[in-house]
Write a protein that binds this ligand. Structure first.
Ligand code: PEP
Ligand code: MG
Length: 353
């Protein structure tokens, strides 16, 4: 990375006219976050929990997951850290959980698997909640949501994990305290103390990924059920355009700058603002200079990306005004072909330097 780009790492991420944007990290491996704070990212906007599940021979235990998640939450203790529940299937497989099907990206993937296997989901949620004890910065994000029933069922399981864990913690604490108990009159006081300690088990904010096109048309219903939305532009592009994101044969058709994708992203931002639901974006689009400009103009004020793109995107945002970005967006939204979009945006980026 060039020196001029690296220099912005410790400077605030604001446009020349003062609009603040949060730059967050997409992470999955510990190298992805443990030394990334000094690149200038505020926190983790997408922790892909399936990544540490992949390089193993069996599911990690609740205890192993708790330790891992605690490290992740502790990397940015002062800011919300967004952890996504297991998103396997599609192109991501676990050697110890084989899936064979004809159309994996349209098949058993993400939340569909974990709702069919609540025992996997509950262990993961319990580990996240335990890891969050005493820190309190956990946010849980659900992948591949395509209808409201999935949100309701996942919420029910999250609540179940929360209340069960809370009851267990309270019992455990009481047992420990009672061991030292001589004076029976103290028992009420101790119970209060145990209750107070178990209160430390905080209820996290829960959000969903917007990456299956159906959810674009159910934002009001979804808004009532969750605390935030995060757009997964990688999958949203794949599913809107019906183009496999990993198939080189059709790679020229896979493009997040397709006018339909951009218009969908704009509609999502507008409606989420009306519904007062915080919105971020965590696909690859956010890590391209042109994409970041358009997204910022649309109203996405949290962009999550791989650590190596953070300085460059920060530099771009610091060298444009919100007004300029909005002008660029207005014109872009009038264009009807992907090529025209690219030509226009390249031209604009060149004039920005
Ligand atoms: C996405 O789909 O845009 C996303 C961020 O998730 P993943 O790339 O892990 O599917
Ligand atoms: Mg995705």
């Amino acid at each position: 990375l060039t020196e001029k780009v690296m220099k912005v790492a410790n400077l605030p991420c604001i446009t020349t006219d003062g609009r603040a944007i949060e730059i967050l990290l997409n992470a999955g491996l510990s190298e992805g976050f443990e030394h990334s704070g000094n690149l200038g990212a505020l926190s983790i906007g997408l922790y892909r929990t399936e990544i540490p599940f992949m390089d193993r021979s069996c599911f990690p235990s609740e205890q192993e997951q708790t330790q891992l998640y605690r490290r992740v939450l502790n990397a940015f203790p002062k800011h919300a850290v967004t952890m996504r529940t297991l998103d396997v299937g599609g192109d991501k497989s676990l050697p110890y959980f084989p899936i064979t099907e004809d159309n994996p990206f349209l098949g058993w993937r993400g939340i569909r698997i974990t709702l069919d296997h609540p025992e996997i989901f509950l262990v993961q949620i319990r580990a996240m909640l335990r890891a969050n004890q005493g820190i309190g910065n956990l946010e849980i994000m659900l992948p591949m949501i395509s209808n409201i029933e999935e949100v309701d069922e996942a919420t029910r399981l999250i609540n179940q994990a929360y209340f069960e864990l809370k009851a267990e913690l309270k019992t455990q604490l009481l047992e420990e305290l009672v061991k030292d108990l001589y004076d029976k009159d103290l028992s009420i006081e101790l119970e209060h103390k145990a209750e107070a300690i178990s209160q430390q088990l905080m209820k996290p904010r829960v959000g969903i990924m917007l990456e299956v096109p159906s959810v674009i048309f159910q934002l009001p219903e979804l808004a009532k059920r969750v605390d935030f939305f995060s757009v997964g532009s990688n999958d949203l592009t794949q599913y809107l355009l019906a183009v496999d994101r990993n198939n080189s044969q059709v790679a020229n058709l896979y493009d997040s700058f397709h006018p339909a994708v951009l218009r969908a992203l704009y509609a999502i931002a507008q409606e989420s603002a009306q519904l007062l639901v915080p919105i971020s974006l965590c696909g690859e689009l956010a890590s391209t200079p042109a994409g970041a400009l358009l997204l910022l103009a649309m109203g996405y004020d949290k962009l999550s990306m791989n650590s190596h793109n953070v300085p460059r995107i920060k530099w771009v945002i610091r060298h444009v005004s919100f007004e300029q970005a909005q002008d660029i967006l207005s014109h872009t939204l009038t264009l009807s072909s992907t090529n025209d979009v690219h030509d226009y945006l390249n031209e604009q980026l060149e004039t920005l330097g």
